[in-house]
Design a binder for this molecule. Sequence first.
Ligand SMILES: [Zn+2]
Ligand SMILES: [Zn+2]
Length: 108
Amino acid sequence: MRKPETDEEFRARFIRELDELSAEPRCEICDNWPDDCICPACPRCGSRGDSDCYQEGGLGICGELYGKLTLEQQIAQAERHVSELYRDWEEACLALDWMKSTRVDKKG
Ligand SMILES: [Zn+2]
Ligand SMILES: [Zn+2]
């Protein structure tokens, strides 16, 4: 069963969705803005930061760079992963605070 969304959850989701919208033009691989993209040009198709180059090849997918992320790209991806975890953690804290705030003090 899914509980109805609280105001705090709605707010957190709204902020996250705004974030995702504004993050759309970033490179899919290194998460940098196109001007700051650190991805090397693909030796096969010449494109930079194309996720198709980093997936297993076949079916029209390039695959040339599959399993060959540079250290800088790995760091960029790890940074993105950490910031996602941090955001989840913040949302969990908001939800916990909200639950605590709804506690009814039955002692009095
Ligand atoms: Zn990139
Ligand atoms: Zn390619």
